[in-house]
Design a protein around this ligand. Structure first.
Ligand code: BTN
Length: 335
């Protein structure tokens, strides 16, 4: 694995190493090299070479003469073969590309989308050297600590409704954090996911539009999973799941849980069930009913009580003069 050379895995038609990983994961004890060689129709020497490669990648595999190979431990890496093992999705993750290190998974996804990649492809990075946040901010992406992934989508959505992509991804992240780490997570309009009132996840949706349609959308999700307090020291109001839970959280299980939630919530968008997205969002909202300060990209400020979302997913704010103001973008903070 090298910078800018991703490991690609598609379902079906996986690489020999992916198939060996599957064999080793599903076996309860030793699997003979001969058996794997027969099934993959390659030589036992080839299997041996692949196994050595897997060991270099952090798989702990024991080999015993006459018995074969046994998997002892998996690497803490979001390798496609591991993420795909047991993943229950239709569309999201039908192809997964993994980078040990890259500038930004959104940029990698963008390059693919621009050259016609189908929707559902997921780019995962262990480390990002220029992780991007919203409004030109940096997203700190230390190696192996967080989840940094991007999904290529091609929704047939009117551009006015694009906020639904971000809302849908935020709900999915909140659901996944709850399901897989057991922590209650709430969504803060438009794109943050909070645990104990602090930001644990952010979403950056980037769009390519053509006249009145979306050509593609890149949904980039960053989750602070196993960061220590010292990793977040210079970030105000940020937290990680490990800090909140008091112990490590499996990035692998959380990644799968997120992709599965996104798969079912994105299907709601494809079926135009926007009302259902709004309902789900309201159920996990940290914003509604709170007094908030909204600041537009041009610097305008509005303070009031968040009362709901409109049919385009914009935030409705009741100002102190009784008027309702529709917030379409920018930043929101809870006062
Ligand atoms: C924000 O809250 O400002 C959005 C943060 C989004 C970060 C993710 S990490 C994966 C993807 N690649 C990026 O460069 N950014 C997004």
């Amino acid at each position: 694995m090298q910078t800018h050379h991703g490991i690609h895995t598609e379902r079906p038609g996986q690489s020999a190493e992916d198939k060996i990983i599957r064999h080793l994961i599903t076996a309860s004890g030793y699997v003979s090299g001969e058996e794997i060689a027969r099934e993959l129709r390659i030589s036992r020497t080839a299997i041996w070479n692949h196994v050595n490669n897997l060991k270099k990648n952090g798989f702990r595999i024991e080999s015993q003469p006459h018995l074969g190979y046994q998997l002892v431990a998996l690497p803490d890496k979001l390798l496609p073969a591991l993420v795909l093992n047991g993943l229950k999705t239709d569309l999201i993750g039908r192809k997964i590309i993994h980078y040990a290190r890259t500038t930004s998974s959104n940029d990698e996804a963008e390059k693919l989308a621009r050259t016609g990649e189908r929707e559902g492809v997921v780019i995962i990075a262990e480390e990002q050297t220029s992780g991007k946040g919203r409004v030109g901010r940096v997203w700190h992406s230390p190696k192996g600590k967080g989840i940094y992934l991007s999904v290529v989508l091609r929704p047939q959505l009117p551009p006015a409704r694009v906020s639904f992509l971000t809302l849908c991804s935020a709900i999915s992240a909140a659901e996944a954090i709850h399901r897989s780490a057991g922590l209650r997570a709430f969504v803060k309009w438009p794109n943050d996911v909070l645990v104990s009132g602090k930001k644990a996840c952010g979403i950056l949706t980037e769009l390519a539009t053509e006249s009145d349609r979306i050509n593609y959308a890149i949904v980039g999700v960053g989750i602070n999973v196993n960061q220590e307090a010292s990793d977040l020291a210079d970030l105000k109001m940020a937290t990680s799941l490990k800090i909140e839970k008091g112990k490590e959280v499996s990035r692998l299980e959380l990644t799968r849980a997120f992709l599965e939630s996104l798969d079912s919530n994105y299907a709601l968008i494809l079926h135009e069930h926007y009302g259902e997205i709004i309902d789900r969002w309201l159920q996990v909202s940290a914003t509604i009913g709170k007094r908030i300060l909204a600041e537009s990209l041009s610097g305008e400020k509005w303070e009031g009580v968040a009362t709901g979302l409109d049919e385009d997913g914009c935030l409705l704010l009741r100002l102190d003069n009784g008027m309702t103001r529709r917030i379409t973008g920018g930043d929101v903070s809870i006062v």
